[in-house]
Design a protein around this ligand. Structure first.
Ligand code: C5P
Length: 222
């Protein structure tokens, strides 16, 4: 059943990995399954929002009623997000964007000749930070997958990227995170008085975690 918590609001979500081409047949990527971002899209739609999901390559079906733009690279993801952002009141960056791309993508399939080879990489744009820096920025929500000092790094990203909230998880914990159906998260935000607030979401299905994240977003000071 649909609820109307986000009735009349447009929520923009990124999900999945990006793929950075090396040549016509090869790429750099990561193990993101997209499950958390797709769960957020499904729950946001269920809570009454109009949802645009900008997704890197995944194996997942697009949730019913969700408008999905499929992309591959970080640059394509940024372009798709910039197309949709001005209509959105909330931007949730759940994608595992590759931090680097190839400095030069080979036009033809690369041949093996030498015993070693080097690939030169350049930094990708930070999609979330780019959107959060806009004068007309929507409420921006980030994710932080960490293997140590989760709270410390999450709070740093909250402030540095000018986010309304960050959802952090410990990806060194086996059985949650990346390809899992379950997750456990810590949410950090600043209250109206500027005080750091924290809420722990214990291990649960990604659908349940997504619904709790969305309910917390609704409570944030604007
Ligand atoms: O800095 P870090 O990559 O850990 O930040 C993670 C957060 O920033 C996530 O919300 C992720 O979706 C977003 N991000 C992004 N574009 C990048 C890198 C990260 O939107 N190039």
């Amino acid at each position: 059943p649909r609820e109307n918590l986000f009735q009349g609001q447009h929520i923009l979500i990124t999900a999945g990995p990006t793929r950075e081409a090396i040549d016509p047949v090869r790429y750099l990527s990561n193990h993101s399954s997209g499950k958390m971002g797709y769960a957020l899209a499904e729950q946001a739609q269920r809570l009454g929002a109009k949802v645009t999901l900008v997704s890197g390559p995944t194996q997942l079906p697009v949730p019913t009623g969700v408008d999905c733009v499929q992309v591959e690279s970080a640059e394509q993801m940024l372009n798709a997000v910039q197309q949709a952002v001005s209509a959105s009141s909330v931007f949730i960056a759940c994608a595992a964007v590759a931090d680097y791309r190839l400095a030069n993508v080979a036009e033809q399939k690369m041949k093996k000749s030498q015993a070693t080879m080097q690939l030169q990489l350049v930094r990708n744009p930070d999609i979330l930070a780019t959107i959060a820096a806009r004068p007309d920025a929507p409420l921006c929500i980030g994710f932080a997958a960490e293997t140590q000092d989760v709270a410390h790094y999450a709070q740093d990203k909250l402030t540095r990227k000018k986010l309304a909230m960050i959802a952090a998880n410990d990806v060194s914990d086996q059985g949650i995170g990346f390809n899992s159906d379950e997750n456990a998260m810590q949410l950090f935000w600043h209250d109206a008085a500027g005080q750091l607030q924290q809420r722990d979401l214990p291990r649960a299905s990604k659908g349940h975690i997504a619904a709790q994240i969305l309910r917390q977003i609704k409570e944030l000071p604007s």
